[in-house]
Design a protein around this ligand. Structure first.
Ligand SMILES: O=C(O)[C@H](O)[C@@H](O)[C@H](O)[C@H](O)COP(=O)(O)O
Length: 254
């Protein structure tokens, strides 16, 4: 196993969400102590959103300077901006609370929607441009800002963000953000970071719960070689480490 790959197993989904939330608050505090600000990349998905609910309830909430936290998304469903299907709308369970703790909405960067873009590709291009501008503003070389923590859910088919197995997005290189068509998981149109972008993050966290995820997790973390095109969850890695934060049901075959 990759020495920088860590697997942490919790009893169930609520315990995993609480642990992810505690880690996230701590990671933000550490990043702010080290470099004055923190950048996190959020995911959708059941555990991803439950974890944000737990951050909102954290007793350590007040210890974070939320005016210096930059928030991005790893992927988004390309549906109208107010749709409850959007990951960014679901994240309001936390963001709405953080408004009362000094959150700077100018640092919250949801991906575009059909309200503003005719196609997922145009929304992806605009997001890539935004990321490049943020990188330039913070003085980071390259086209992507520092991502201190990038969270990903995983589907039962091993997809991460909107990179699906044997689907075009999982093969794309040379771009940081792509439009996705014909997603096997509804809705069909999406915008997603690519492997190129995801794998620039300092820490990648896969947050995974539920027995339906066990076979994919077993393959992604197994000894047998697999490709990231076939098993996307196997193809993500943070530059400082990759953490699989799982419940026992999802880890049953690991
Ligand atoms: O748009 C989405 O649905 C997500 O971005 C997707 O990548 C999600 O994180 C996984 O499918 C896991 O979702 P669940 O935890 O709900 O299974």
């Amino acid at each position: 196993m990759n020495a920088r790959r860590h697997v942490v197993i919790h009893p169930d989904l609520p315990a995993t969400a609480a642990a992810v939330a505690a880690r996230l608050v701590t990671a933000i505090l550490d990043a702010q102590a080290a470099r004055g600000e923190a950048s996190i990349v959020l995911t959708g998905g059941t555990l991803g959103i439950k974890s944000l609910e737990q951050v909102a309830a954290s007793p350590a909430l007040g210890a974070v300077d939320w005016s210096r936290v930059n928030i991005y998304w790893g992927d988004e469903r390309f549906v109208e901006s107010g749709s409850p299907d959007r990951n960014a709308v679901q994240a309001e369970v936390l963001l709405g609370v953080l408004d009362g703790h000094g959150l700077d909405r100018g640092r919250v960067h949801p991906m575009g929607s059909p309200d503003d873009f005719a196609t997922p590709e145009l929304a992806a291009g605009a997001y890539a441009q935004l990321l490049a501008e943020e990188a330039a503003t913070e003085g980071t070389a390259g086209a992507l800002p520092v991502f201190d923590v990038l969270m990903l859910g995983m589907g039962p088919d091993s997809h991460v963000a909107s990179l699906f197995p044997d689907h075009e997005g999982a093969t794309r290189t040379g771009l940081s953000v792509i439009g996705v068509h014909d997603s096997p998981k509804p809705p069909p149109l999406r915008v997603s970071l690519t492997f190129d972008a995801i794998n620039t993050a300092r820490a990648v966290w896969l947050v995974v719960a539920g027995a339906d995820k066990a076979p994919a997790a077993g393959v992604a973390l197994g000894e047998a070689p697999v490709t990231r095109e076939r098993v996307p969850a196997s193809g993500v890695a943070g530059t400082q480490g990759t953490w699989w934060l799982m419940d026992a049901a999802a880890a049953a075959l690991v």
